[in-house]
Design a protein around this ligand. Sequence first.
Ligand code: FES
Length: 341
Amino acid sequence: MNHPVSTYPRDCWYVAATSDEVGDGFLARRVADTSVVLFRLSDGSIAALEDRCVHRPYPLSAGHREGDLVVCGYHGCTYDATGRLVHVPSQENPPSGARARAFPVVERGPFVWLWTGTPGGERLRPPPSTPWLEGDGWSSVGERRDVAAGLVLLHEHYLDLTNVFAMHAEMVPPGIEALPPLEEVEVSEVAVAYRRELPKAPLAPWEAQVSGLDSVDSFGRVETGAFVTPGLHKQTYTITGPDGPEVELVRTHGFTPASSGTTHVFLQISWRGASVSPDAGAGLAAVFHEMADRDTAVLETMQRCLDEDATPRRYVSVKADRAAVRARRILAAMVEGERGL
Ligand code: FES
């Protein structure tokens, strides 16, 4: 399979869909410059095949199902769920060994993870663990969007929240004029995590709305962010009172390159806390949807600027970029490693 030179690693698990998107019908999606078709089998598991008939360049998703078999809509070649070509209408036996590529799939919480890399490599690295998306006292709401910007830009953007004052001023607690410097930036060969603590301040209107806490009191906040894998970004925001955490929020991004310049973004907002109303989901979804709209506009503008640069430029980094720069280096090293550079 030939792929264009990419700016993202392929040997990764990426979120291909949310669980509720995959049913009896075909879901066609572009993942890592590959057309994939996903569908749910009669035993409830999910199959993922390359969305191309091996006979002619025609998508399997334009065909139909017969039970767990996939029938191409052009000449009727039929595949089982592992991609094996099992029937050719115009001859007695199918060509031996003919098959569509099948991709490993793991369904976990709201996400359907897909391995797009070297076949067999998935056995060495399971998809990242996401217990906060799988119950255990947490509730979640989510949305999916396509962003015309590359994977590196997205990770960098969400590892530097100092943009919040310019872009999302209504999210800042009253009286906070600047974010404190990052206290810790933890780096491993494949991950980056940071933490910062904010001084006590009253609740911002959105915090009061979703938390159920008394807005005349002051609270501390602890914020963390992590580039967990190329396909997963996790941020936490904990509002703390005198006795410890009052409300915990997690913003999870599944980032999945469709191509070098376009990314599927699977957003989940999770929360837990005794004071939080059971109906908090709609309010949280609205707050973070609006933020995502503004983030998308900036990210797509930056991608256009990058595309306009005739030659790559060096941009100046500042202290707040520490985590983002580390993530960029990890991604670059992974891509170079896959190219054998
Ligand atoms: S293109 Fe699929 S059967 Fe011919």
